[in-house]
Design a protein around this ligand. Structure first.
Ligand SMILES: *[C@@H]1O[C@H](CO)[C@@H](O)[C@H](O)[C@H]1NC(C)=O
Ligand SMILES: *[C@@H]1O[C@H](CO)[C@@H](O)[C@H](O)[C@H]1NC(C)=O
Ligand SMILES: *[C@@H]1O[C@H](CO)[C@@H](O)[C@H](O)[C@H]1NC(C)=O
Length: 334
């Protein structure tokens, strides 16, 4: 081929590509609805998660002493964001009307850790938990992930027994997770884990614990309401070898409760016991990915404007790592 014809060929090729590019750009959808209509209707890829705030400033009064202050540790928000969702804060002491309105904007709910086991906070958690169950009963797939205190309050709510919890010694301790049987490794959050990582969960301390309450497998199984509602996936020994339930999955609802903290392995640095190995980070990421995959099955399609008006991006997190009580960043509501 002569150099002249090569140049000519390249030129015509370029002109062809250019005309394809310009004609395609005319066809690009400009209306977001065009884009949405091509999306798999059973997998909603714009999920929003409601996280319920907890009383206090998350820093023992170092950030705020306002009587109505509440907070969300930013690690829960980042945990959700890293799995492909956005967060709307459900401020626990806002009027019930606001609470209901915000819950209509979300595709799933997360209950955080904390210490408030009674009072208005527990009442709000029970209310939101009932809404989660009602929405599922009405046919929507509407997941809940309840972490640490969240696990304990859901246990109280399901059993309707305010004295159901027992004392354990599991403060600031990374722990193993023991699967109750082989089938449990195949359920909910653990389904995505590789066999190697499942194996490591029972030998390496990859689950961060920080609690003094909990429930033993015996007590859960002998409580009629709890044993009908929850299947035990894992148990864990506390500092004295006393066994508590560490992961449960509801039989008939997309409700998962973990006594341990999946969010800390990636996003909290204030306590030296928190595991940060690659395996520990993978554990967090699999749990986050599982939870948001459940939220994508929700049929809620909130208005974009209302979501934007309520997103946590309307608030700025505060750095509390240097002065706080263990959280690196917190969102404050007051
Ligand atoms: C809250 O009160 C405590 C105790 O009086 C005080 O040490 C702290 O500085 C106060 N915090 C703020 C943010 O004002
Ligand atoms: C886990 O699920 C897979 C696929 O459904 C199945 O082949 C496997 O036998 C299950 N393993 C256990 C231990 O139940
Ligand atoms: C907290 O109290 C302040 C002052 O009374 C009020 O402006 C604010 O709306 C309250 N916030 C919440 C979340 O109740």
């Amino acid at each position: 081929m002569s150099p002249i014809s090569l140049v000519f060929q390249l030129l015509s090729c370029f002109i062809f590509l250019f005309s394809v590019a310009t004609s395609q750009s005319i066809l690009l959808p400009t209306d977001p609805l065009v884009h949405l209509s091509s999306v798999d209707p059973v997998s909603y890829n714009y999920p929003v998660i409601g996280i319920v705030s907890h009383p206090g400033d998350g820093a023992s009064g170092r950030l705020s002493n306002a009587t109505n202050v509440s907070y969300i540790a930013a690690s829960y928000v980042k945990f959700v964001e890293a799995a492909g969702a956005r967060v709307v804060p459900i401020v626990y002491n806002e009027p019930e009307e606001t609470l209901l309105e915000k819950l209509r904007l979300v595709n799933g709910v997360l209950f955080t850790g904390g210490s408030a086991k009674t009072g208005p906070y527990f009442e709000r958690i029970k209310k939101v938990f009932q809404i989660v169950l009602d929405r599922n009963d009405a046919g929507e797939h509407f997941p809940l992930l309840a972490i640490c205190l969240g696990f304990e309050l859901v246990t109280k709510a399901v059993s309707k027994d305010n004295n159901i919890l027992e004392r354990f010694s599991a403060q600031n301790q990374a722990s193993i997770l023991q699967f109750v049987d082989n089938a449990a490794t195949n359920i909910s959050i653990f389904q995505r884990f590789s066999p190697q990582l499942i194996e490591k969960l029972s030998t390496d301390c990859l689950a961060m614990q920080n609690h003094v309450s909990g429930i033993s497998p015996q007590r859960l199984q002998t409580n009629d309401a709890l044993s009908k509602f929850f299947r035990i996936l894992t148990t864990t020994p506390d500092k004295n070898g006393k066994i508590y339930v560490s992961s449960v999955q509801a039989y008939n609802y997309p409700v998962t409760a973990l006594q341990w903290h999946p969010e800390k392995n990636v996003f909290e640095w204030g306590v030296s016991a928190i595991p940060h190995s690659e395996d520990a980070v993978l554990v967090s990421q699999y749990v986050g990915n599982y939870f948001i995959s459940e939220a994508r099955k929700s049929s809620t399609r909130p208005s974009t404007k209302k979501v934007l008006d309520n997103l946590i991006y309307n608030y700025a997190p505060r750095f509390s790592g240097a002065i706080g009580r263990g959280f690196d960043e917190v969102y404050i509501f007051q």
